[in-house]
Design a protein around this ligand. Structure first.
Ligand code: B1M
Length: 214
């Protein structure tokens, strides 16, 4: 007899969708879609991370959890508030080279595109060359990099250097679990000519993008 909140977390932890959608519908009666994601679903994902870290879950199980998270986000997405104002800017998004984690990046895409930004999502494991190529093709106003592994933080330093060497100066927005504001400021920003801004979550990413486009 779990509470609704605990049930939502447990779908993610157990990696099961049985009963998920009716419970999401129920949750929408009391919470905004993003609150459901940032609250019970993220709490479940944090527990998955903890169990995985303790070797109590295997990769295949974590993948099922990721699928539940993705299915939940897809279900909730149409209920999110949409800003119908004119296009505020174009942003390229990529998970950096060597990293496959994309749930956070895709959440950033949803939130930015629902709020007036045109997003070009380059996917996962994106090497700097591919970002540079996309920059030249798309001429975006900013570049967003995501990465969850400790080595991805280092990869962001390399990516910033390569972008700088290619003459790119648009603001870079960075986010992801292994990253900190301090690392961004002391290790990534000094390697780049333009602004490098750290976003702690997707909403923070939107706030930063809005400040840049004002
Ligand atoms: Co992996 N994984 N994983 N994993 N995984 C972590 C990151 C880990 C912390 C788990 C752990 O051990 N506790 C650990 C990293 C350890 C480290 O480097 N220190 C880890 C590991 C080790 C691995 C593998 C190496 C495991 C293996 O194969 N042995 C492997 C890596 C493969 C690779 O990348 N080369 C791996 C694989 C996987 C799966 C494929 C099974 C799956 C990913 C599926 C997918 O993404 N399609 C997976 C998952 C699901 C996780 C955890 C459990 C959850 C990540 C997640 O989706 N969170 C994670 C542990 C954890 O974080 N608790 C873990 C939900 C998501 C919404 O949050 O992505 O943090 P997040 O995004 C947040 C913010 O970070 C921010 O906004 C979002 C919230 O609003 N944000 C941005 C993110 N990007 C942003 C960009 C922005 C702005 C904000 O602007 C551009």
């Amino acid at each position: 007899n779990l509470s609704l909140e605990d049930r939502l977390g447990s779908y993610v932890i157990e990696g099961t969708k049985e009963g998920l959608f009716p419970d999401l519908e129920e949750a929408l009666k009391i919470q905004a879609p993003l609150e459901v994601i940032n609250g019970p679903l993220m709490k479940g994902m944090a527990e998955v991370g903890r169990l995985f870290n303790n070797n109590e879950l295997i990769v295949a199980e974590v993948l099922r959890s990721a699928e539940v998270m993705k299915a939940s986000v897809s279900y909730l997405e149409p209920f999110m508030e949409k800003d119908q104002s004119a296009l505020k800017g174009k942003i390229i998004l990529a998970t950096v080279k060597g990293d496959v984690h994309d749930i956070g990046k895709n959440l950033v895409e949803i939130i930015l595109s629902n709020n007036g930004y045109k997003i070009v999502n380059l996917g996962i494991k994106v090497p700097p060359e591919q970002i540079i190529e996309a920059f030249r093709r798309e001429q975006p106003d900013a570049i967003g990099l995501s990465g969850l592994l400790v080595k991805s933080a280092q990869q962001m330093v390399i990516t910033a250097q390569d972008l700088r060497d290619a003459g790119i100066k648009v603001p870079i927005l960075v986010g992801g679990a292994a990253l900190t504001r301090k690392f961004t400021k002391t290790r990534i920003a000094p390697e780049y000519e333009g602004l490098v801004l750290y976003a702690k979550d997707a909403m923070d990413g939107l706030d930063i993008a809005n400040r840049l486009s004002d």
